[in-house]
Design a binder for this molecule. Structure first.
Ligand code: HEC
Length: 115
């Protein structure tokens, strides 16, 4: 009987810790590759088709994203967003991305080695 009353506060504490983890995200949130994949549709037209090899890779005069370093991609996208990098198309794209979008996209492409 006593055990139940001591369990409950512990459960509530665990819940509030979980809530704090969700709402007080670190500077850069953890990326979810699955979400990144669905968000990458708008990148494919320029960066090729991720997930499998394109027939004409030489058509794309843009950097390959698959297999890039996670931190590098996150930095690059934040730099386009802030204007530290100035390429007009990428600035336009990055401006529409939230921090979470960037984290998800970077997680997706970084885990998608070399494609
Ligand atoms: C309109 C065409 C276009 C679209 C759409 C596009 N990009 Fe790009 N992206 C480029 C070009 C061109 C560059 C090279 C720009 C430069 O030289 O700074 C680039 C560069 C990048 C870089 C830097 C790579 C490096 O090696 O430094 C990243 C990261 C990137 N894009 C991610 C994305 C993501 C993620 C999306 C989708 C949300 C996206 N891009 C959509 C054209 C595009």
């Amino acid at each position: 009987m006593n055990q139940q009353s001591t369990l409950k506060p512990g459960y509530l504490l665990a819940l509030s810790v979980a809530a704090a983890a969700v709402f007080c995200a670190p500077a850069w949130a953890d990326g979810d590759p699955a979400k990144g994949k669905s968000k990458s549709a708008m990148c494919q037209g320029c960066h090729g088709i991720p997930g499998y090899r394109t027939a004409y890779p030489e058509v794309y005069s843009v950097p390959k994203l698959g297999g890039q370093q996670l931190d590098y991609m996150i930095h690059a996208l934040h730099d386009y967003k802030s204007g530290a990098r100035t390429h007009p198309s990428m600035r336009g794209i990055a401006a529409t991305l939230s921090d979470q979008d960037i984290a998800d996209l970077a997680a997706y492409y970084a885990g998608n080695s070399g494609k």
